[in-house]
Design a protein around this ligand. Sequence first.
Ligand SMILES: *Cc1c(COP(=O)(O)O)cnc(C)c1O
Length: 414
Amino acid sequence: MTFFTRRDGALHVEDLPLTEIAARFGTPAYVYSRAALTAAFNAYKDALTGRDALVCYAVKANSNLAILNVFARLGAGFDIVSGGELARVIAAGGAPAKVVFSGVGKSADEMRAALTAGILCFNVESAAELDQLNTVAGELGKKAPISLRVNPNVDPKTHPYISTGLKSNKFGVAFEDARSLYRRAATLPNIEIHGLDCHIGSQLLDPAPAAEAAEKVLGLADELAADGIILSHLDFGGGMGIRYSDEHVPSATEYLAAILKLTAGRKEKLLFEPGRSLVGNAGLLLTKVEVLKPGSEKNFAIIDAAMNDLMRPALYDAFHDIVPVTERDATVHCWEIVGPVCESGDFLGHARNLAIDTGDLLAILSAGAYGMTMSSNYNTRPRAVEILVDGDTAHVIRQRESISALFALESTLP
Ligand SMILES: *Cc1c(COP(=O)(O)O)cnc(C)c1O
């Protein structure tokens, strides 16, 4: 974590102390490092040197316009799952021609918007979607570029809520059905076959399942070639994991090595859809201790961030490291780190040994992915401010929500 360092006991993001960020912008605050985002993207770029490849950042991991803009400037494409995400990519200066559109339930309106924008490819997830896309494209007088998202039935050995490539998951076309669906796609007048896609899950730490899926994908691509269906790209999805506590995380080069070896000498362009691994370790959630409530069974530290700000602990029982912003020379106690929301599931961390006092600042680490994008206004809590640090400069990239804005779209009865 070289972009988040402790200097004289005070935690910094790049060259800015978090104490200064809290004083200027308040808490809770999501704080990101531009250098960390850039380094994460360049790790993929370096791993793919010399190959015809496109890294399509999975927007759902963190969809702030400034973050999309950082990646667009670095040459990224984007993996989107809704018309809303397409609008964000375009507003952030991303190129529609580098956008792939995933998702099991694309609406006709979303298909129209993506066809009109001229995206690179639809990752089609069912026979019904293929037919609807053919119809919508016909109405617009366009041809829809497609991949089928196949489900390679590989166990990614991750949390069941974030594994997506098993037969029992709702995602993708069953591997056995893919070849015949491609043959049918080839007969549809408003469909143009471009590629083949898979995505087996998230927070993957072992490269082996991804390589196993890639092998299946390549075998299928060769069968399709025998049917006269020649693909221009192969999309291996996202899923590479990050460090939350003490996991061993392979580098992008290590993670992609097997896939790059398997695809050596092939003509298809290679696509990847990383989300978490580009943003997760580039952000933290800065929060303040509001109330200490020591008890006979458990000690509660109630902070000003909650499950509505960072849902991953409540949703997946996910672990985020929590550290003091300024180290204090005091007795360490074991704390339950909880938010003010009226749910027993509202915790950010269990049994953390910390020396803390009321008013102290804490940093919840590795919160750049699936943090802000999963946040809500539950309990009518305004969402946190988002800050992007670049060197010693802090940019507000999303203002803290005002309370009146939370019910501005509502009305009482006449
Ligand atoms: C969520 C998702 C990704 C990104 O997954 P990460 O684990 O964040 O890398 C990529 N592709 C698809 C289709 C997804 O749904």
